[in-house]
Design a protein around this ligand. Structure first.
Ligand code: DLL
Length: 435
């Protein structure tokens, strides 16, 4: 059983969890209706009044929110508190290059960090541990979230941020890090680099908390072998707070959702109908305790299954499977959200055609992305050096749109296969969602 960061909450009875959810939901709905014009309008359009929501059973009456709503309401339209009450923003990319911005009061930062502290404690973290955080710090929620959770647990925190593998390994050894937090692909790469350098017997890691992108059971096994640790999954999204919305426990077979803060539903992505427990569908979250940016019925686009089966760790909060795919076309490359539409926008802005293909792969545990785009008639006569200059220009534009490097290849006309139905824009060779 355990260990727990907040035992009473994490092992509360189902009745108690439901009682918290009912009370908090009713308050939250009233709060957003009174304070957020955007919600008031959406609820009025659907003919729902705050008094129609008396418990979780009434949740289905509320309208859904999607990334499109976030874009429409950008930047301040979904805030339920004045800006002067906020202490932080975090951000992630949106569908058209416009970013999603989430706001936090100090209370919101605290509850988010507590969720991360639960995750760190669940993998055995205590104040005796040295926790190396190599998620990116900055607008991305990975670094700040796990950093805050590590502080709350009382671990000695190494705020490494991402990259610089030699320095990561050196600190890991010199400061005897015991818990590693990063994307699973970076964990695998670190493991490989440590073995290559013959340093495996000098590291003291015992556990890793890996998320922000899909990873398979095979990859878990590979990382556990290479680093000699237990590897745990962690899930979250910026719109709902960041990492720690759900986390894995000692059972290592699914992630407990922090139900005292977030109500989870699974819906049919095509019809929006709520599905019974055990069904595979799109995950939807309602945040019932957040102050600044409380989203109700937010469609994550992540496909998963929920289960309330008793867990050997003693936690009672519902478990979600690893995401089994997405219901939209968002790709996650090196932990960064990438929409094919963003790439298309850049190509068209740069005067190229929409005959393009995006190839995503994983080489040596690191994601790669290549954009192949057909040459246009006016470029056709250009010499090689002009073409390379054009490629470089597009690489730079993509870097500034996506935040990551994408290889660009300008290819001959008609060399990208035309499809008879929907164009196949993306070839993802990583095979990430096979369980
Ligand atoms: O990726 C937050 C995070 C940081 C989670 C660090 C875990 C660790 P976003 O950048 O907003 O937030 O991306 C959210 O990433 O909707 C999923 O599609 C995907 N995702 C997050 N965690 C996992 C995971 C962070 N464990 C989007 N497995 C989500 C698979 C994940 N996909």
């Amino acid at each position: 059983m355990g260990p727990f960061y907040q035992e009473e909450i994490e092992t509360a009875s189902r009745e108690q969890i439901l009682a918290w959810q009912n009370e908090r939901l009713v308050k939250q709905v009233r709060n957003v209706y009174d304070n957020v014009e955007y919600y008031r309008r959406k609820m009025d359009e659907k003919g729902v009044k705050p008094e129609d929501i008396q418990s979780v059973e009434d949740l289905y009456k509320l309208p859904f929110l999607t990334k499109d709503d976030l874009r429409d309401a950008y930047p301040y339209g979904l805030m339920a508190r004045p800006l002067s009450d906020c202490v932080r923003i975090q951000s992630t990319s949106g569908t058209t290059g416009r970013r999603v911005v989430a706001f936090y009061t100090q209370h919101d930062v605290d509850l988010w960090e507590e969720c991360c502290a639960r995750a760190i404690t669940a993998v055995g973290g205590t104040k005796e541990d040295v926790c190396q955080v190599c998620y990116g710090y900055g607008l991305f929620t990975g670094g700040p979230g796990l950093n805050g959770g590590s502080h709350k647990v009382g671990c000695l925190t190494l705020p490494m941020s991402s990259g610089n593998t030699d320095r990561q390994i050196q600190f890991m050894i010199d400061l005897q890090a015991t818990i590693l937090c990063c994307t699973p692909s970076y964990a695998a790469y670190l493991g490989e680099s440590i073995i290559e350098r013959g340093l495996r017997d000098q590291i003291r890691l015992k556990a890793g908390i890996f998320g922000a992108e899909a990873w398979t059971e095979e990859m878990r096994h590979d990382i556990e072998q290479k680093l000699g640790i237990k590897a745990y999954d962690i899930y979250g999204l910026t719109e709902i707070s960041g990492p720690g919305v759900a986390f894995e426990c000692s059972a290592q077979n699914g992630m407990h959702i922090n139900e005292d803060h977030f109500i989870a539903e699974v819906i049919d992505p095509a019809t929006g109908e709520v599905l019974p427990e055990g069904s595979k569908g799109e995950l939807v979250f309602t945040s019932i305790t957040k102050e600044a940016f409380p989203l109700l019925r937010y469609r994550t686009k992540d496909i998963c299954i929920l289960s309330r089966e008793k867990c050997s760790c003693g936690r009672t909060h519902v478990k979600m499977t690893k995401p089994l795919g997405r219901s939209d076309d968002m790709l996650i490359v090196k932990g960064v959200n990438v929409f094919p539409s963003q790439i298309e926008t850049v190509l068209l802005q740069k005067g190229l055609t929409s005959n393009y293909q995006i190839i995503v792969d994983r080489v040596n545990h690191s994601d790669t992305i290549e954009v192949k785009v057909e040459i246009t008639p006016e470029l056709f006569s250009d010499d090689m050096s002009t073409l390379s200059a054009r490629e470089k220009e597009i690489v730079d534009a993509l870097k500034s749109m996506l935040g990551i490097y994408a290889k660009v290849s300008i290819v001959e006309p008609k060399s990208i296969i035309r499809s008879e139905g929907k164009a196949v824009r993306v070839i993802d060779r990583r095979n990430l969602y096979k369980g």
